[in-house]
Design a protein. Sequence first.
Length: 207
Amino acid sequence: MTRAVVVTGTDTGIGKTVFAAGLAAVLGAPYWKPVQAGMYPASDTEVATMLGVRVLPEAYRLATPASPHLAARIDGVAIDPERLALPQVDGSLVVEGAGGVLVPLTESLLYADMFATWQAPVILCARTGLGTINHSLLSIEALRARGVPLLGVAFIGDAHEENEHIVPLIGKIASLGRLPMLEKITADTLAQAMREHIDLATIKAAL
């Protein structure tokens, strides 16, 4: 039976692919991104592969770097929600969303809606810098409004004591730690950073 954990973010470009790949590596779990939109300079699944993670094929692989709903329209593809059911694997699975939690998959389906359907625990990745309080709290509210089970927030970036304190406090959500910026990202350095800085015990207990 599949025991999935979903990695999403407060925005695009915050490092959640690296986090998701690192989590998959330390859990010994496969990585799956339901919809990949944009292939240059490297797709998220290619990044995960380069970091030594076993990657499951995407349900949709779109050429246009845009929101999935728009990329699908430009590429002449219709995204069918039934194809976005969680893959059946033995053991754990790490699933990565795209951009923020309200990114549209179609004109009537948001990623947060898909998370609600899956009912797998969600890790919200957040920047540590300016703007993260607002983006994080809005994301938490949007997920809770849909009944999405929230496992915790994981920060990515340089240390910011106040932001790392206030988001979990006001959002009433567990902090799973902070993945620091790595000088060199390799399978080994990422796995070590995940083990040293992320609350893997809490994540494993939810699977």
